[in-house]
Design a protein around this ligand. Structure first.
Ligand SMILES: [Zn+2]
Ligand SMILES: [Zn+2]
Ligand SMILES: [Zn+2]
Length: 306
């Protein structure tokens, strides 16, 4: 923010006070130090890049469900929040309790003197006690070892600890889709680079929205031809669930031809489940590099169209 903007903001404040406020981000997911919001995680989940594997519960504000909470100490007597923490001394005779600093004597030969009754304290455990740390309310001067513990969210709602809501969040693992894509990512990038030399533009790992509004993560797509060409790699082509996904996507993306590259021969009964004019299987029986195979296939198709 530049100084001009700052001055305008300050002027808009009028008589209002600028108060410190603890802002934290609340719930986040972390992958190798990279922070992801719940929205991002949900997006990846919808794209089937992540699979929920466990559940965790977290306390959240009962008004707005924010998980960005911090603790507030309140004085049990006056509800004041201006508390200070001190090492305490209690003078048994007059029952005065105060921070040890306030008992310090100015006389060189006396260590502690009671600030209330002015008597000298000599023996700990007999004259005076050291109960440890305590909190003093700076508003009403009440001293306690047990302030009232309240919780405030980043939107400023205050509540009792036991009035908080519990929110359930899921833990995730990366899906087989991610592992499949990660395994062939370099090859797909290489294929896209090689096709660029032929004036063909291919995208690797891009999002395409289907007719249903669902966003699909496409491993490899060539858009510069009459019909979009999508290439998938399926290391286990006899897993029916993977085919259902490909078939569902092909219905959703009407203007696309899918080529599914496999390393293994595919069962005849699976081949009968889909429309071969929209989905084709490319069995890499010669063990070519995936990038070479893709380039070969794409060039063949583009030639056919000319
Ligand atoms: Zn709140
Ligand atoms: Zn108080
Ligand atoms: Zn005293």
């Amino acid at each position: 923010m530049d100084i001009n903007t700052m001055i305008l903001v300050l002027r808009s404040l009028g008589d209002g006070e600028i108060k410190p406020r603890i802002k934290n981000l609340g719930l986040l997911y972390e992958i190798n130090g990279m922070e992801l919001t719940l929205e991002k995680i949900n997006e990846y989940r919808e794209n089937e890049l992540l699979l929920p594997v466990s559940r965790y519960s977290y306390p959240a504000c009962s008004t707005c469900n924010s998980t960005a909470l911090h603790i507030i100490f309140e004085c049990p007597t006056c509800k004041g929040r201006m508390l200070t923490k001190h090492d305490m001394i209690v003078h048994y005779e007059c029952n005065h309790i105060a921070p040890a600093d306030e008992f310090k004597s100015n006389d060189a030969d006396v260590l502690y003197k009671c600030p209330k009754c002015r008597k000298q304290l000599s023996k700990v455990g007999i004259d005076y006690g050291r109960p440890g740390f305590g909190f003093r309310c700076e508003k009403c001067k009440f001293i306690t070892q047990y302030p009232v513990i309240m919780v405030e969210c980043d939107n400023g709602h205050t509540s009792n600890v036991y009035d908080l809501n519990m929110m359930i969040f899921e833990g995730y693992k990366v899906s087989g889709t991610v592992n499949n894509l990660a395994g062939v990512y370099e090859e797909l990038v290489t294929a896209a680079k090689m096709l660029k030399d032929y004036g063909l533009k291919a995208d690797v790992l891009c999002k395409v929205t289907g007719a249903s509004g669902v966003v699909h993560i496409i491993p490899f797509i060539l858009k510069d031809v009459e019909m979009n060409l999508i290439i998938d790699y399926m290391p286990n082509p006899n897993d029916a669930i993977q085919w259902f996904k490909i078939i569902a996507r092909s219905i959703d993306l009407a203007n696309a031809l899918s080529i599914v590259v496999t390393d293994k021969p595919i069962d005849a009964h699976i081949l009968t489940t889909f429309n071969t004019s929209r989905i084709r299987v490319l069995y890499n029986k010669d063990g070519l590099r995936l990038s070479e195979l893709i380039v070969q296939e794409v060039l063949k198709m583009v030639e056919d169209q000319v």
